[in-house]
Design a protein around this ligand. Structure first.
Ligand code: F6R
Length: 256
């Protein structure tokens, strides 16, 4: 199901509200979280909403999708740092309930196995939030990752390293490897929201729309899931077939 909004602000408010609704409906929810530029305004909205509506977060559990290998928690580009900065510190979430893959683990294979197992032990993901790479990756599952994958080490594609180079002072600083939740782990979430904004995502969203289920396009795995919402702004939706645009009117009415 598509939800297409006029602006990034509308997209972020809608997405944050869905996260808040999930927490209100199930205070012990297990949320799957993402990082990246797309999520910054989403988390800013969520923090604002939670300030206006104080909510008990003491039973909430979170699992992030991915982490670079070789960056310590204090590295400003590590995803742990990102999450602390944009969400965890602002909400005072208990540290023991928030989880990210450990990109500094000595036993990386053991850490991967333990991460997928911890999600299952927590009862599985109630809601998985996803962004999408310009090459169709979800988490850091690059093209041709097996759809049956669990948490694993991935060599980042050149395209992803170029895209993410914008966050680093030097392109050469972008790590070569990362840990990511596998596609099978993602598909086991009860509900999934994929969010994409801006003109750089228009092509991949059109490709995803027309694609069959194909390991060349990791996000196409979501077509096997029966509870996915794709949340787009006008720019990211620009190359979708006109039929999808009928939804825009409805959503604008809802938003307004
Ligand atoms: C981040 C993640 C990635 C990003 C994707 C889009 O945790 O899993 O899949 O969601 O690379 O990144 P942005 O939002 O920066 O375009």
């Amino acid at each position: 199901m598509y939800k297409i909004f006029e602006t990034v602000d509308d997209v972020s408010r809608y997405t944050a509200q869905r996260l808040l609704d999930k927490i209100l409906a199930k205070p012990a929810a297990v949320l799957g979280l993402a990082t990246g530029g797309t999520m910054e305004p989403v988390y800013a909205q969520l923090v604002q909403m939670l300030q206006q509506q104080p909510t008990d977060l003491s039973r909430l559990t979170t699992f992030n999708l991915d982490e670079y290998i070789g960056l310590t928690e204090s590295h400003v580009q590590s995803y742990r740092y990102y999450m602390d900065e944009h969400l965890f510190d602002k909400l005072n979430l208990p540290r023991e309930r928030v989880h990210l893959p450990d990109g500094m683990a000595e036993d990386i294979d053991g850490a991967c196995l333990a991460y997928s197992a911890a999600i299952q032990a927590a009862g599985g993901l109630d809601l998985q939030l996803l962004g999408i790479g310009s090459n169709g990756h979800i988490g850091f599952n690059e093209p041709y990752t097996r759809f049956s994958s669990r948490t694993h080490v991935i060599a980042l594609s050149e395209q992803t390293r170029r895209d993410n180079g914008r966050f680093f002072s030097d392109q050469d600083e972008v790590p070569i490897h990362a840990l990511t939740l596998g596609i099978q782990d993602i598909l086991e979430a009860k509900e999934i929201m994929l969010v994409a904004t801006g003109p750089n995502k228009a092509e991949v969203m059109a490709e995803l729309h027309h694609s069959g289920v194909d390991e060349a396009l990791p996000a196409s795995a979501l077509k096997q899931h029966d509870n996915v919402t794709i949340v787009l702004d006008r720019e990211a939706a620009a190359l979708l077939p006109s039929a999808e645009w009928r939804a825009v009117q409805t959503v604008q009415l809802l938003a307004g």
